[in-house]
Design a protein around this ligand. Structure first.
Ligand SMILES: [Zn+2]
Length: 220
């Protein structure tokens, strides 16, 4: 039996009764490291007179959670454009152009302007860098789909745990919390899709193995 115990955009908890832990844990791991989300991956800095080094600035941008419309984009390595810079199907350009004119000011995630309204910072108040009077930052940042397998900045979950229900055999609760790029429910559904594809591909492989064994009965 599978029961949804709790559900909101940021969190989902599901109870699995009568399923071995391996299946529940497979879903947990896939949710964490195989469900793709958008994150900034390349930054072209035209101007940075702040005290922050370019590399640190680029690293900070990579960690800002971006809203991700599922299935609207493809992974760059799977895109037909084959271009290292990407195309509108596999990347989104965001830019920052801020100068502290009269007084110092902090550049916030709200200062990131996205060419695609569906891919933008999930919060407007994430501080990026503070500029003293006269300093400025001007850059282009490219967001791409990726997974937590490649880098933690592409992990869609903050929490992904399996808890055992006291003393009952094969009774577990899977809890997922979203960083905000995707609703928690969508992370789970996408993890289910990925797991299903894996199971189908194993099924096909086993089917071929059986055909092979049937054709050559003396093997082994
Ligand atoms: Zn492309």
């Amino acid at each position: 039996m599978i029961e949804v115990l709790e559900q909101s955009d940021s969190r989902i908890a599901i109870r699995f009764t009568g399923y071995p832990i391996q299946y529940v844990n497979a879903l947990r791991r896939i949710a964490m490291v195989e469900v793709p989300i958008m994150a900034i991956d390349d930054v072209v800095i035209y101007e940075n007179s702040s005290v922050m080094h370019d590399e640190i600035l680029a690293h900070r941008l990579g960690l800002i959670p971006l809203s991700t419309p599922l299935h609207r984009f493809v992974r760059q390595e799977e895109c037909e454009c084959g271009s290292p810079l990407g195309c509108p199907k596999c990347r989104v350009l965001l830019y920052i152009d801020v100068k502290a004119e009269e007084r110092s000011r902090t550049v916030l995630s709200a200062d990131m302007v996205s060419e695609d309204d569906s891919v933008k910072p999930i919060s407007e108040s994430i501080p990026i860098v503070t500029l003293a009077t006269g300093q400025s930052v001007r850059l282009e940042a490219y967001a791409r789909l990726g997974t937590g397998k490649i880098h933690a900045k592409w992990q869609p979950t903050t929490v992904a745990v399996v808890k055992e229900v006291d003393g009952i055999k094969d009774d577990y609760i899977l809890e997922l919390e979203s960083v905000g790029s995707l609703p928690a429910r969508d992370i789970l559904l996408e993890a289910i899709n990925i797991l299903e594809k894996k199971i189908m591909s194993i099924g096909e492989g086993i089917g071929r193995l059986r055909e092979y064994a049937d054709a050559k009965p003396n093997i082994g």
